[in-house]
Design a protein around this ligand. Structure first.
Ligand code: ME8
Length: 531
């Protein structure tokens, strides 16, 4: 049986529709999931929505809806956005689903019985937007007002001594530090790991895990007047979606899938994922996820791009200009995954033209046109002897480049270094374009005695295209499918042994070759009417 491989995104708040930031994490997780499927793993790719909490209840009220109605009309917008982005998630969990709520209750019952919870009254600074308490030393002063260190909104001082349930997080500091030590890759990249370690070394306080001031959440099974703190509720999605808290069959599935290989998150939520979540799992006696990878922020003109700061562009706007695959390619490659980085329309046009229109797209148009023109729309046939003779005469630079790619490409995927993944594949598309120039098939076609030479060059170019369609598929599944179809193949995303299909020379001679519309028509910044 294939190895289980699971990757998750954060579950997004339903207070905003999908934007470039949430799409960023989701596309990245999708590319990895697609690669791992092609590489033979039994993949489970999970995303979903975080639907509880005061913020959601307030948004619903402002819009004259019940919280459930509010969530029910936002959820399809996310599902539609992910469909438009060709996201291949295997499940979509919503925290208002019964399967999640029963899992949350099972989890807290377990921790209650194990003695990790206690009740106490609470005073402190509270941010409704972040749904988080902050200590006096964490709050920031803005124009004389105490504000949230994360979102900079004014805080409310909760002094009425609200009774809360607490999780004994403070007991886990040493265990966490020992764990980070023994598992140096648990938090990636290193900068985030250092941040997490120094945070834990600074000492952990117990964590309030329930609220009584509103009721839009999962009731604690042992104290019904309390609903679960939204963050704690949300983190549990990673196990409830796999079947935790369910019947025997569901628990068997959970045990098969858990722990997952990757949680992909933005760097804004690492404390929750790298401190609180592992401590919760330790308390429950469950293994920890293999890796939490925290990527950086996308910035536009130096500012974090988000719904609340008003500088979010919708993915649909950009897809309308660049096309879906180019959108995915740009976001995966321009900013090294893990770093912060600026994105801009100008830069997007540059990358689009250089890497896609002039390289991969151009290669496809030229090769398909020549196969149609010189070989009547068929992959040229050469006997093994002729192929060997041509190799001896001309060398075979594309084969040489192609043979090193799988190792480099899969290693880059293992490191979730998407920029390097694309660079590994692009070596072949650049080399193939240069090869066409060097071999000048249009000259070979003028001399009948060079028919075998021409067949050799066109075969090699089409074979490079087959490989590139495979390698680009996790990033650009739709254009890869089109390229595959143009050389008489189908189902690029159905590949389950990428290493095997990456061998040189597998394109069947005689396969039909058809022209296709340009995969990436050239774009001009001036034509786009941009600033
Ligand atoms: O935090 N650049 O949900 P959320 C890059 N519900 N990524 C960005 C970004 C930007 N400018 N803006 C947002 C939540 N993101 C919780 C998660 S999980 C148990 C609960 C991405 O809707 C990034 O992945 O605010 C960040 O972590 C996530 O969106 C926050 O999504």
């Amino acid at each position: 049986m294939a190895t289980s491989y699971a990757v998750t995104t954060p579950i997004y708040y339903v207070n905003a529709t999908p934007h470039l930031g949430t799409a960023y994490t989701t596309v990245a997780a999708d590319a990895l999931a697609r690669f791992e499927r092609m590489d033979g793993k039994d993949v489970f790719f999970l995303t979903g929505l975080d639907e509880h909490g005061q913020k959601v209840a307030e948004s619903a009220e402002r819009n004259g809806m019940t919280p459930q109605e509010w969530c029910d009309q936002i959820a399809p917008k996310f599902q539609e956005a992910w469909r438009q982005l060709s996201i291949s998630n295997d499940d979509f969990i919503r925290t208002t689903e019964p399967r999640h709520m029963r899992g949350v209750q099972a989890f807290w019952t377990d921790l209650y019985e194990k003695g990790y919870l206690y009740k106490a009254s609470y005073e402190g600074w509270y941010c409704i937007h972040e749904e988080t308490y902050y200590t006096e030393s964490e709050v920031v002063d803005i124009d004389g007002e105490k504000c949230c260190p994360e979102c900079k909104r004014p805080l409310r001082y909760n002094s009425d001594g609200e009774e809360n349930w607490f999780f004994k997080l403070s007991e886990f500091g040493d265990k966490l530090l020992a764990y980070y030590d023994e598992h140096p890759d648990f938090v990636c990249p290193q900068t985030r790991r250092n941040e997490v370690v120094s945070f834990v070394k600074g000492g952990l306080k117990d964590l309030s895990i329930s609220r009584t001031t509103f009721d839009w959440g999962v009731p604690l099974p042992f104290d019904e007047g309390h609903v679960t703190y939204v963050w704690i509720d949300a983190l549990l999605n990673y196990i409830t979606a796999l079947g935790y808290g369910g019947n025997e069959e569901e628990m068997a599935e959970f045990n098969r899938r858990w722990p997952v290989q990757y949680h992909f998150v933005g760097k804004d939520i690492i404390r929750f994922h790298c401190v609180i979540w592992p401590a919760m799992l330790m308390a429950a006696g469950l293994p920890l996820p293999e890796k939490v990878f925290a990527h950086g922020f996308l910035l536009t003109k130096g500012e974090k791009m988000s719904k609340s700061t008003g500088n979010a562009v919708s993915p649909a706007d950009l897809i309308a200009i660049f096309g879906l695959d180019a959108y995915r390619y740009y976001f995966l490659t321009d900013v090294p995954f893990g770093n912060d980085g600026s994105i801009s329309m100008e830069r997007m046009v540059q990358v689009y033209n250089a890497d896609l229109a002039n390289t991969w797209g151009n290669l496809c148009s030229r090769a398909f046109n020549m196969a149609v023109k010189y070989f009547g729309g068929k992959v040229p046939e050469l006997s093994a002897e002729d192929y060997a003779a041509m190799e001896a005469k001309h060398g075979n630079p594309l084969k040489e480049v192609a043979e090193g790619i799988y190792a480099e490409y899969s290693q880059a995927f293992n490191n979730v270094a998407f920029t390097d993944v694309a660079a590994a594949a692009s070596k072949l598309s650049q080399r193939a374009n240069a090869y066409i120039e060097e071999m000048a098939p249009w000259n070979l076609a003028k001399d009948e005695s060079l028919g075998t030479d021409l067949a050799f060059v066109i075969y090699n170019t089409l074979e490079a295209i087959r490989l590139l369609a495979c390698y680009y598929a996790p990033f650009m599944p739709n254009t890869s499918e089109t390229a595959f179809e143009s050389i008489g193949l189908s189902g690029v995303t159905e590949i389950v042994n990428l290493e095997d299909v990456s061998a040189w020379g597998l394109l069947p001679a005689g396969n039909p070759v058809t022209k296709c519309a340009p995969l990436f028509p050239r774009l001009n910044v001036a034509d786009l009417g941009l600033e």
